[in-house]
Design a protein around this ligand. Structure first.
Ligand SMILES: [Mn+2]
Length: 255
């Protein structure tokens, strides 16, 4: 008699999490005269790796096909950066305090967002990523909060990013609340823009004390969360923020 054959066990494969990055051209932007290069804060990569994902940095390449990239990924993380989104994308003319634009990066990230939402792979959009998600869904932005919003909240904190700077109230019925297990928490804050008109299909799930929207979710999707702060920079001092990345990666794995 042959021994019974054990059913095949699917190998455990860590989810592949694509992370968008920044680009510095060999043009007038500083450092002047240097060769062009891509770059990304290490904290994003560490957070994904620490929480069980394989991080993969996604360079914006002129003329590339974002949908082909999304086809290979299990989850997408749109990172932040020191630049703004072209207000023409939400039908406004530039405010005098509008920062620099990165049209090639924005176009690439919009393509990735569109494909990720169409395929319904888990999405985490951080800082500028949240703003782009909002614009992609028909929303608009405050182009320069200090001039456009009467607030005492420091959304451009003076201290280091790894320290929390302002309070946040979290909607009790949201996924974010389910992840964190609390309705009140402190976050860091390094943004001069913010959501003005909320995009279609988005739920605002966290507010700063001045009413600025700091987190959004798309309830119709498997997992689509946008946060205005930088959880990846808080993990070392406040391990609770690991839970955001753990949820992203859990949702990216087999159901
Ligand atoms: Mn803030």
């Amino acid at each position: 008699m042959r021994p019974p054959v054990a059913p095949p066990v699917a190998p455990q494969v860590d989810p592949l999490v694509g992370i968008t990055c920044d680009y510095q051209g060999g043009d007038k932007s500083p450092p002047e005269g240097s060769a062009p290069y891509y770059f990304l804060a290490e904290a994003y990569v560490q957070a994904v790796s620490l929480c069980g994902g394989i991080p993969l940095i996604l360079p914006d390449i002129e003329g590339s096909n974002p949908a082909a990239v999304i086809d290979r990924l299990d989850a997408l993380l749109i990172s932040g950066g020191n630049f703004d989104i072209d207000p023409a994308l939400y039908g406004e003319t530039p405010h005098p305090e509008l920062g620099i634009l990165k049209p090639r990066r924005t176009a690439y990230e919009l393509g990735l967002l569109r494909a990720a939402l169409a395929k319904d792979i888990p999405l985490l959009a951080i800082c500028g990523g949240l703003q782009l998600l909002n614009v992609h869904l028909g929303g608009s932005l405050y182009q320069h909060l200090p001039a456009q919003c009467d607030s005492r909240v420091q959304h451009e904190q003076k201290g280091k990013e790894k320290a929390a700077a302002h309070a946040l109230s979290v909607e009790p019925k949201s996924t974010l609340h389910d992840i964190l297990g609390t309705a009140e928490i402190m976050v860091n804050s390094t943004h001069h823009q913010a959501i003005k008109k909320l995009g279609e299909g988005l739920n605002a799930v966290a507010l700063a004390p001045d009413g600025i929207i700091e987190a959004v979710e798309i309830p119709a999707h498997r997992f689509a969360l946008g946060v205005q702060w930088h959880p990846e920079a808080l993990i070392n001092n406040h391990p609770v923020w690991k839970k955001v990345f753990e949820r992203l990666i859990q949702k990216a794995g087999p159901e």
